[in-house]
Ligand binder design. Structure first.
Ligand code: HEC
Ligand code: HEC
Ligand code: HEC
Ligand code: HEC
Ligand code: HEC
Length: 242
Protein backbone atom coordinates (compact mmCIF):
# COMPACT_ATOMS: atom_id res chain seq x y z
CA UNK A 1 0.00 0.00 0.00
CA UNK A 2 1.45 3.42 -0.94
CA UNK A 3 2.42 5.58 2.08
CA UNK A 4 -0.02 8.36 1.06
CA UNK A 5 -2.96 5.95 1.20
CA UNK A 6 -1.75 4.52 4.53
CA UNK A 7 -1.72 8.00 6.10
CA UNK A 8 -5.34 8.60 5.02
CA UNK A 9 -6.50 5.61 7.08
CA UNK A 10 -7.87 6.16 10.59
CA UNK A 11 -5.86 4.88 13.56
CA UNK A 12 -8.38 2.06 13.95
CA UNK A 13 -8.02 1.06 10.31
CA UNK A 14 -4.23 1.08 10.59
CA UNK A 15 -4.43 -1.05 13.71
CA UNK A 16 -6.76 -3.48 11.95
CA UNK A 17 -4.28 -3.83 9.07
CA UNK A 18 -1.42 -4.43 11.51
CA UNK A 19 -3.36 -7.11 13.35
CA UNK A 20 -4.40 -8.69 10.05
CA UNK A 21 -0.75 -8.94 9.08
CA UNK A 22 0.28 -10.42 12.43
CA UNK A 23 -2.47 -13.05 12.30
CA UNK A 24 -1.55 -13.95 8.70
CA UNK A 25 2.11 -14.37 9.63
CA UNK A 26 1.28 -16.56 12.64
CA UNK A 27 -1.15 -18.60 10.55
CA UNK A 28 1.40 -19.14 7.79
CA UNK A 29 4.01 -19.97 10.43
CA UNK A 30 1.78 -22.65 11.93
CA UNK A 31 1.14 -24.21 8.53
CA UNK A 32 4.85 -24.27 7.80
CA UNK A 33 5.81 -26.00 11.05
CA UNK A 34 7.54 -29.31 10.28
CA UNK A 35 5.09 -32.14 9.67
CA UNK A 36 2.14 -29.83 8.97
CA UNK A 37 2.61 -29.67 5.19
CA UNK A 38 -0.30 -31.98 4.49
CA UNK A 39 -2.79 -29.75 6.30
CA UNK A 40 -3.37 -28.02 3.04
CA UNK A 41 -4.87 -31.14 1.49
CA UNK A 42 -5.77 -34.37 3.21
CA UNK A 43 -5.92 -36.43 0.01
CA UNK A 44 -8.45 -39.09 -0.98
CA UNK A 45 -9.64 -41.49 1.75
CA UNK A 46 -8.68 -45.13 1.72
CA UNK A 47 -10.69 -47.89 0.09
CA UNK A 48 -13.89 -48.37 2.10
CA UNK A 49 -13.55 -45.09 4.02
CA UNK A 50 -15.39 -42.66 1.74
CA UNK A 51 -18.44 -42.57 4.02
CA UNK A 52 -16.55 -42.40 7.32
CA UNK A 53 -16.62 -39.12 9.24
CA UNK A 54 -13.27 -37.40 9.79
CA UNK A 55 -14.01 -37.42 13.53
CA UNK A 56 -14.00 -41.23 13.66
CA UNK A 57 -10.23 -41.08 13.31
CA UNK A 58 -9.30 -37.50 14.21
CA UNK A 59 -9.92 -37.05 17.93
CA UNK A 60 -9.35 -33.59 19.44
CA UNK A 61 -6.08 -33.19 21.32
CA UNK A 62 -6.20 -32.18 24.98
CA UNK A 63 -6.06 -28.45 25.75
CA UNK A 64 -7.39 -25.50 23.79
CA UNK A 65 -6.31 -23.98 20.50
CA UNK A 66 -4.45 -21.03 22.04
CA UNK A 67 -2.51 -23.23 24.47
CA UNK A 68 -1.53 -25.67 21.73
CA UNK A 69 -0.54 -22.83 19.38
CA UNK A 70 1.58 -21.17 22.08
CA UNK A 71 3.31 -24.44 22.96
CA UNK A 72 4.05 -25.21 19.31
CA UNK A 73 5.35 -21.72 18.54
CA UNK A 74 7.64 -21.88 21.58
CA UNK A 75 8.85 -25.24 20.34
CA UNK A 76 9.35 -23.96 16.78
CA UNK A 77 11.45 -20.99 17.92
CA UNK A 78 13.45 -23.22 20.25
CA UNK A 79 12.14 -21.90 23.57
CA UNK A 80 10.52 -25.15 24.59
CA UNK A 81 11.43 -28.82 24.22
CA UNK A 82 7.91 -30.12 24.11
CA UNK A 83 5.63 -30.05 21.13
CA UNK A 84 1.95 -30.75 21.74
CA UNK A 85 -0.44 -32.39 19.33
CA UNK A 86 -2.05 -29.58 17.44
CA UNK A 87 -5.87 -29.62 17.40
CA UNK A 88 -6.00 -33.36 16.67
CA UNK A 89 -4.18 -36.32 18.14
CA UNK A 90 -2.48 -38.58 15.63
CA UNK A 91 -4.91 -41.22 14.35
CA UNK A 92 -3.81 -44.80 14.85
CA UNK A 93 -4.42 -48.32 16.14
CA UNK A 94 -6.97 -47.28 18.73
CA UNK A 95 -9.27 -45.77 16.11
CA UNK A 96 -8.70 -48.52 13.53
CA UNK A 97 -9.38 -51.31 15.99
CA UNK A 98 -12.66 -49.81 17.15
CA UNK A 99 -14.07 -50.75 13.76
CA UNK A 100 -11.67 -53.43 12.56
CA UNK A 101 -11.29 -55.70 15.53
CA UNK A 102 -10.43 -59.15 14.18
CA UNK A 103 -9.97 -61.76 16.90
CA UNK A 104 -8.56 -64.29 14.41
CA UNK A 105 -5.98 -61.95 12.88
CA UNK A 106 -2.85 -64.03 12.33
CA UNK A 107 -0.67 -60.94 12.63
CA UNK A 108 -2.14 -58.80 15.45
CA UNK A 109 -0.22 -55.52 15.80
CA UNK A 110 -0.11 -55.76 19.59
CA UNK A 111 1.99 -58.96 19.38
CA UNK A 112 4.74 -57.01 17.66
CA UNK A 113 5.57 -54.99 20.76
CA UNK A 114 7.62 -57.99 21.97
CA UNK A 115 11.42 -57.53 22.00
CA UNK A 116 11.95 -60.16 19.28
CA UNK A 117 10.26 -57.85 16.74
CA UNK A 118 12.50 -54.83 17.40
CA UNK A 119 14.11 -55.07 13.95
CA UNK A 120 10.74 -55.28 12.18
CA UNK A 121 9.46 -52.33 14.21
CA UNK A 122 12.44 -50.29 13.17
CA UNK A 123 12.30 -51.37 9.53
CA UNK A 124 8.56 -51.08 8.81
CA UNK A 125 6.80 -49.89 12.00
CA UNK A 126 4.95 -53.19 12.06
CA UNK A 127 3.23 -52.37 15.38
CA UNK A 128 1.04 -49.68 13.75
CA UNK A 129 -1.82 -50.19 11.28
CA UNK A 130 -1.02 -46.93 9.52
CA UNK A 131 2.54 -48.05 8.70
CA UNK A 132 1.02 -50.35 6.08
CA UNK A 133 -2.29 -48.54 5.59
CA UNK A 134 -1.42 -44.86 5.31
CA UNK A 135 -4.68 -42.95 5.10
CA UNK A 136 -5.46 -40.31 2.45
CA UNK A 137 -3.50 -41.97 -0.34
CA UNK A 138 -6.67 -43.45 -1.82
CA UNK A 139 -5.32 -47.00 -1.62
CA UNK A 140 -6.07 -50.15 0.38
CA UNK A 141 -2.49 -51.03 1.36
CA UNK A 142 0.41 -48.58 1.16
CA UNK A 143 3.14 -51.06 2.22
CA UNK A 144 5.67 -52.45 -0.24
CA UNK A 145 5.41 -56.18 -0.91
CA UNK A 146 8.06 -58.52 0.44
CA UNK A 147 8.04 -57.25 4.04
CA UNK A 148 7.57 -60.88 5.24
CA UNK A 149 11.37 -61.09 5.18
CA UNK A 150 11.59 -59.08 8.40
CA UNK A 151 10.15 -61.98 10.44
CA UNK A 152 10.02 -65.21 8.43
CA UNK A 153 13.68 -65.80 7.63
CA UNK A 154 13.77 -68.67 10.13
CA UNK A 155 10.33 -70.10 9.38
CA UNK A 156 10.28 -73.86 8.96
CA UNK A 157 7.20 -75.65 7.69
CA UNK A 158 6.98 -79.24 8.82
CA UNK A 159 5.57 -81.71 6.24
CA UNK A 160 5.75 -78.92 3.71
CA UNK A 161 3.10 -79.55 1.04
CA UNK A 162 4.57 -77.19 -1.58
CA UNK A 163 6.12 -78.35 -4.87
CA UNK A 164 8.92 -75.85 -4.13
CA UNK A 165 9.28 -76.06 -0.34
CA UNK A 166 9.32 -72.98 1.91
CA UNK A 167 12.93 -73.72 2.89
CA UNK A 168 13.97 -73.13 -0.74
CA UNK A 169 11.76 -70.08 -1.25
CA UNK A 170 13.27 -68.53 1.87
CA UNK A 171 16.87 -69.50 1.04
CA UNK A 172 16.40 -67.97 -2.44
CA UNK A 173 14.82 -64.87 -0.83
CA UNK A 174 11.71 -65.15 -2.99
CA UNK A 175 9.76 -62.85 -0.66
CA UNK A 176 7.61 -61.65 -3.53
CA UNK A 177 5.88 -65.04 -3.63
CA UNK A 178 4.52 -65.16 -0.04
CA UNK A 179 1.48 -62.93 -0.60
CA UNK A 180 0.89 -64.89 -3.80
CA UNK A 181 -0.48 -67.71 -1.63
CA UNK A 182 -1.12 -66.22 1.83
CA UNK A 183 -3.13 -63.11 2.60
CA UNK A 184 -1.65 -61.14 5.51
CA UNK A 185 -4.38 -61.05 8.14
CA UNK A 186 -5.80 -64.47 7.25
CA UNK A 187 -9.27 -62.94 6.93
CA UNK A 188 -10.16 -64.39 3.54
CA UNK A 189 -12.05 -67.65 3.38
CA UNK A 190 -9.98 -69.65 0.95
CA UNK A 191 -7.78 -72.62 0.37
CA UNK A 192 -4.07 -71.87 0.31
CA UNK A 193 -2.53 -73.21 -2.92
CA UNK A 194 0.32 -75.73 -2.86
CA UNK A 195 1.70 -75.33 -6.35
CA UNK A 196 3.96 -72.57 -7.61
CA UNK A 197 1.95 -72.47 -10.83
CA UNK A 198 -0.99 -71.11 -8.80
CA UNK A 199 0.90 -68.27 -7.09
CA UNK A 200 -0.64 -64.82 -7.72
CA UNK A 201 1.70 -62.46 -9.53
CA UNK A 202 3.10 -59.38 -7.79
CA UNK A 203 1.08 -57.29 -10.29
CA UNK A 204 -2.16 -58.97 -9.17
CA UNK A 205 -1.30 -58.25 -5.54
CA UNK A 206 -0.32 -54.67 -6.31
CA UNK A 207 -3.63 -53.93 -8.04
CA UNK A 208 -5.37 -55.20 -4.88
CA UNK A 209 -3.11 -53.00 -2.72
CA UNK A 210 -4.00 -50.06 -4.96
CA UNK A 211 -7.73 -50.61 -4.49
CA UNK A 212 -8.76 -53.27 -7.03
CA UNK A 213 -10.77 -56.43 -6.46
CA UNK A 214 -9.42 -58.99 -3.98
CA UNK A 215 -7.52 -61.79 -5.72
CA UNK A 216 -8.05 -63.87 -2.56
CA UNK A 217 -11.81 -64.06 -3.15
CA UNK A 218 -14.58 -62.00 -1.63
CA UNK A 219 -15.61 -64.02 1.38
CA UNK A 220 -14.12 -62.61 4.54
CA UNK A 221 -14.32 -64.22 7.96
CA UNK A 222 -14.79 -61.01 9.96
CA UNK A 223 -17.12 -58.67 8.10
CA UNK A 224 -17.17 -55.10 9.30
CA UNK A 225 -20.49 -53.73 7.98
CA UNK A 226 -22.57 -55.98 10.18
CA UNK A 227 -19.88 -56.96 12.67
CA UNK A 228 -21.05 -60.47 11.89
CA UNK A 229 -18.45 -63.05 12.72
CA UNK A 230 -18.31 -66.61 11.54
CA UNK A 231 -16.52 -69.05 13.77
CA UNK A 232 -13.28 -69.68 12.08
CA UNK A 233 -11.91 -73.08 11.28
CA UNK A 234 -8.48 -73.42 12.83
CA UNK A 235 -7.79 -76.52 10.75
CA UNK A 236 -5.20 -76.27 8.06
CA UNK A 237 -6.92 -75.84 4.70
CA UNK A 238 -6.48 -78.58 2.15
CA UNK A 239 -5.65 -77.35 -1.32
CA UNK A 240 -7.63 -78.51 -4.32
CA UNK A 241 -5.87 -80.62 -6.93
CA UNK A 242 -4.94 -78.42 -9.90
C1 HEC B 1 -9.87 -44.01 8.78
C2 HEC B 1 -9.26 -42.97 9.56
C3 HEC B 1 -9.25 -41.55 9.02
C4 HEC B 1 -10.31 -40.83 8.54
C5 HEC B 1 -11.75 -41.28 8.40
C6 HEC B 1 -9.78 -39.53 8.20
N1 HEC B 1 -8.44 -39.48 8.46
FE1 HEC B 1 -7.22 -37.86 8.20
N2 HEC B 1 -5.59 -39.00 8.77
C7 HEC B 1 -5.67 -40.30 9.22
C8 HEC B 1 -4.33 -40.76 9.53
C9 HEC B 1 -3.96 -42.15 10.04
C10 HEC B 1 -3.46 -39.67 9.28
C11 HEC B 1 -1.94 -39.62 9.50
C12 HEC B 1 -1.19 -39.58 8.21
C13 HEC B 1 -1.48 -40.75 7.32
O1 HEC B 1 -1.38 -41.90 7.77
O2 HEC B 1 -1.81 -40.50 6.14
C14 HEC B 1 -4.29 -38.59 8.80
C15 HEC B 1 -3.82 -37.34 8.44
C16 HEC B 1 -4.64 -36.26 8.12
C17 HEC B 1 -4.16 -34.93 7.85
C18 HEC B 1 -2.72 -34.50 7.91
C19 HEC B 1 -2.42 -34.03 9.32
C20 HEC B 1 -0.99 -34.18 9.68
O3 HEC B 1 -0.65 -33.78 10.81
O4 HEC B 1 -0.21 -34.71 8.89
C21 HEC B 1 -5.25 -34.14 7.58
C22 HEC B 1 -5.27 -32.67 7.25
C23 HEC B 1 -6.41 -35.00 7.66
N3 HEC B 1 -6.00 -36.27 7.98
C24 HEC B 1 -7.70 -34.57 7.45
C25 HEC B 1 -8.81 -35.40 7.37
C26 HEC B 1 -10.15 -34.98 6.98
C27 HEC B 1 -10.53 -33.57 6.59
C28 HEC B 1 -10.95 -36.09 7.04
C29 HEC B 1 -12.42 -36.24 6.67
C30 HEC B 1 -12.74 -35.92 5.28
C31 HEC B 1 -10.11 -37.21 7.47
N4 HEC B 1 -8.83 -36.74 7.67
C32 HEC B 1 -10.56 -38.49 7.69
C33 HEC B 1 -6.80 -41.06 9.37
C34 HEC B 1 -8.08 -40.70 8.98
C1 HEC C 1 -15.73 -45.82 11.89
C2 HEC C 1 -15.27 -47.12 11.50
C3 HEC C 1 -13.89 -47.26 10.85
C4 HEC C 1 -12.68 -46.79 11.31
C5 HEC C 1 -12.41 -45.93 12.53
C6 HEC C 1 -11.69 -47.31 10.40
N1 HEC C 1 -12.28 -48.05 9.42
FE1 HEC C 1 -11.37 -49.03 7.90
N2 HEC C 1 -13.14 -49.50 7.07
C7 HEC C 1 -14.38 -49.25 7.65
C8 HEC C 1 -15.44 -49.69 6.75
C9 HEC C 1 -16.95 -49.61 7.02
C10 HEC C 1 -14.80 -50.23 5.61
C11 HEC C 1 -15.47 -50.80 4.35
C12 HEC C 1 -15.97 -52.20 4.66
C13 HEC C 1 -14.86 -53.20 4.54
O1 HEC C 1 -14.25 -53.26 3.49
O2 HEC C 1 -14.58 -53.93 5.52
C14 HEC C 1 -13.36 -50.10 5.86
C15 HEC C 1 -12.38 -50.55 5.00
C16 HEC C 1 -11.02 -50.62 5.31
C17 HEC C 1 -10.01 -51.26 4.50
C18 HEC C 1 -10.24 -51.95 3.16
C19 HEC C 1 -10.89 -53.29 3.37
C20 HEC C 1 -11.12 -54.00 2.05
O3 HEC C 1 -10.52 -55.04 1.82
O4 HEC C 1 -11.86 -53.48 1.22
C21 HEC C 1 -8.82 -51.11 5.16
C22 HEC C 1 -7.47 -51.63 4.72
C23 HEC C 1 -9.09 -50.37 6.37
N3 HEC C 1 -10.43 -50.09 6.42
C24 HEC C 1 -8.13 -50.03 7.31
C25 HEC C 1 -8.36 -49.12 8.36
C26 HEC C 1 -7.31 -48.53 9.16
C27 HEC C 1 -5.84 -48.82 9.02
C28 HEC C 1 -7.92 -47.68 10.06
C29 HEC C 1 -7.27 -46.79 11.10
C30 HEC C 1 -6.44 -45.71 10.55
C31 HEC C 1 -9.35 -47.77 9.83
N4 HEC C 1 -9.56 -48.63 8.78
C32 HEC C 1 -10.32 -47.09 10.55
C33 HEC C 1 -14.59 -48.67 8.88
C34 HEC C 1 -13.63 -48.05 9.65
C1 HEC D 1 2.89 -55.04 8.18
C2 HEC D 1 1.84 -54.50 7.36
C3 HEC D 1 0.42 -54.43 7.89
C4 HEC D 1 0.00 -53.98 9.12
C5 HEC D 1 0.84 -53.52 10.31
C6 HEC D 1 -1.45 -54.01 9.07
N1 HEC D 1 -1.87 -54.47 7.86
FE1 HEC D 1 -3.80 -54.62 7.21
N2 HEC D 1 -3.15 -55.45 5.46
C7 HEC D 1 -1.85 -55.62 5.08
C8 HEC D 1 -1.77 -56.29 3.80
C9 HEC D 1 -0.50 -56.68 3.05
C10 HEC D 1 -3.11 -56.52 3.40
C11 HEC D 1 -3.56 -57.21 2.09
C12 HEC D 1 -3.61 -58.74 2.30
C13 HEC D 1 -4.83 -59.15 3.09
O1 HEC D 1 -5.93 -58.90 2.63
O2 HEC D 1 -4.66 -59.73 4.19
C14 HEC D 1 -3.96 -55.97 4.46
C15 HEC D 1 -5.35 -55.99 4.45
C16 HEC D 1 -6.15 -55.38 5.40
C17 HEC D 1 -7.59 -55.33 5.35
C18 HEC D 1 -8.48 -55.93 4.27
C19 HEC D 1 -8.57 -57.45 4.40
C20 HEC D 1 -9.22 -57.90 5.68
O3 HEC D 1 -8.47 -58.44 6.53
O4 HEC D 1 -10.40 -57.70 5.91
C21 HEC D 1 -8.01 -54.65 6.47
C22 HEC D 1 -9.43 -54.33 6.88
C23 HEC D 1 -6.81 -54.30 7.23
N3 HEC D 1 -5.71 -54.76 6.55
C24 HEC D 1 -6.82 -53.60 8.42
C25 HEC D 1 -5.71 -53.45 9.25
C26 HEC D 1 -5.76 -52.90 10.60
C27 HEC D 1 -7.01 -52.39 11.29
C28 HEC D 1 -4.48 -52.94 11.09
C29 HEC D 1 -4.01 -52.59 12.49
C30 HEC D 1 -4.74 -53.25 13.58
C31 HEC D 1 -3.64 -53.48 10.04
N4 HEC D 1 -4.42 -53.79 8.96
C32 HEC D 1 -2.25 -53.65 10.13
C33 HEC D 1 -0.74 -55.21 5.80
C34 HEC D 1 -0.76 -54.72 7.09
C1 HEC E 1 6.51 -58.56 12.45
C2 HEC E 1 6.72 -59.95 12.13
C3 HEC E 1 5.97 -60.59 11.00
C4 HEC E 1 5.84 -60.16 9.69
C5 HEC E 1 6.34 -58.88 9.08
C6 HEC E 1 5.13 -61.21 8.99
N1 HEC E 1 4.83 -62.22 9.87
FE1 HEC E 1 3.81 -63.93 9.43
N2 HEC E 1 3.87 -64.48 11.39
C7 HEC E 1 4.54 -63.83 12.39
C8 HEC E 1 4.40 -64.55 13.62
C9 HEC E 1 5.02 -64.17 14.96
C10 HEC E 1 3.57 -65.66 13.35
C11 HEC E 1 3.09 -66.75 14.31
C12 HEC E 1 4.20 -67.73 14.61
C13 HEC E 1 4.65 -68.47 13.38
O1 HEC E 1 3.87 -69.29 12.84
O2 HEC E 1 5.81 -68.27 12.93
C14 HEC E 1 3.27 -65.60 11.92
C15 HEC E 1 2.51 -66.53 11.26
C16 HEC E 1 2.31 -66.56 9.88
C17 HEC E 1 1.59 -67.60 9.16
C18 HEC E 1 0.96 -68.82 9.79
C19 HEC E 1 -0.36 -68.44 10.41
C20 HEC E 1 -1.11 -69.62 10.99
O3 HEC E 1 -2.16 -69.33 11.58
O4 HEC E 1 -0.67 -70.77 10.84
C21 HEC E 1 1.63 -67.27 7.84
C22 HEC E 1 1.01 -68.05 6.70
C23 HEC E 1 2.38 -66.03 7.74
N3 HEC E 1 2.77 -65.62 8.99
C24 HEC E 1 2.65 -65.40 6.56
C25 HEC E 1 3.23 -64.13 6.46
C26 HEC E 1 3.37 -63.42 5.23
C27 HEC E 1 2.91 -63.93 3.88
C28 HEC E 1 3.99 -62.24 5.53
C29 HEC E 1 4.32 -61.11 4.61
C30 HEC E 1 3.23 -60.60 3.78
C31 HEC E 1 4.23 -62.22 6.96
N4 HEC E 1 3.77 -63.39 7.49
C32 HEC E 1 4.83 -61.18 7.66
C33 HEC E 1 5.27 -62.66 12.24
C34 HEC E 1 5.33 -61.89 11.09
C1 HEC F 1 2.52 -71.95 -3.44
C2 HEC F 1 1.88 -71.34 -2.29
C3 HEC F 1 2.73 -70.86 -1.15
C4 HEC F 1 3.78 -69.96 -1.17
C5 HEC F 1 4.43 -69.30 -2.38
C6 HEC F 1 4.15 -69.73 0.21
N1 HEC F 1 3.38 -70.49 1.04
FE1 HEC F 1 3.49 -70.55 3.03
N2 HEC F 1 2.21 -72.13 3.09
C7 HEC F 1 1.53 -72.62 1.99
C8 HEC F 1 0.75 -73.78 2.41
C9 HEC F 1 -0.16 -74.60 1.49
C10 HEC F 1 1.00 -73.97 3.78
C11 HEC F 1 0.46 -75.07 4.71
C12 HEC F 1 -0.96 -74.84 5.02
C13 HEC F 1 -1.11 -73.59 5.87
O1 HEC F 1 -0.57 -73.56 6.98
O2 HEC F 1 -1.78 -72.65 5.41
C14 HEC F 1 1.89 -72.88 4.19
C15 HEC F 1 2.33 -72.65 5.48
C16 HEC F 1 3.02 -71.51 5.89
C17 HEC F 1 3.25 -71.11 7.27
C18 HEC F 1 2.71 -71.81 8.48
C19 HEC F 1 3.71 -72.80 9.01
C20 HEC F 1 3.14 -73.61 10.16
O3 HEC F 1 3.69 -74.68 10.39
O4 HEC F 1 2.15 -73.16 10.77
C21 HEC F 1 3.98 -69.97 7.25
C22 HEC F 1 4.48 -69.18 8.45
C23 HEC F 1 4.21 -69.65 5.86
N3 HEC F 1 3.62 -70.59 5.07
C24 HEC F 1 4.90 -68.53 5.44
C25 HEC F 1 5.25 -68.31 4.10
C26 HEC F 1 6.19 -67.30 3.68
C27 HEC F 1 6.94 -66.35 4.60
C28 HEC F 1 6.26 -67.39 2.31
C29 HEC F 1 7.15 -66.61 1.38
C30 HEC F 1 8.58 -66.97 1.46
C31 HEC F 1 5.35 -68.46 1.90
N4 HEC F 1 4.77 -68.97 3.01
C32 HEC F 1 5.15 -68.84 0.58
C33 HEC F 1 1.56 -72.10 0.71
C34 HEC F 1 2.50 -71.19 0.26
Amino acid sequence: MPASKWKKLTREQQAAYRWGLIVAVIGAGLLLLPGRESWHAAGPPNIGHSKIECGECHVPAPGNFAGQAFENIMHAVGLSDSETHFIYQPAGNEQCLRCHEDPDNRHPVEDFLEPEFATARQAIGVQYCVSCHQEHLGVRVSATQGFCRHCHEDTEVSDDPLDVPHSILIADERWGTCLGCHDFHGNHERKVPELMSLVLTEEQIQQYFDGGESPYGHRRLTVIQTMRRSSRSREKPVADPP
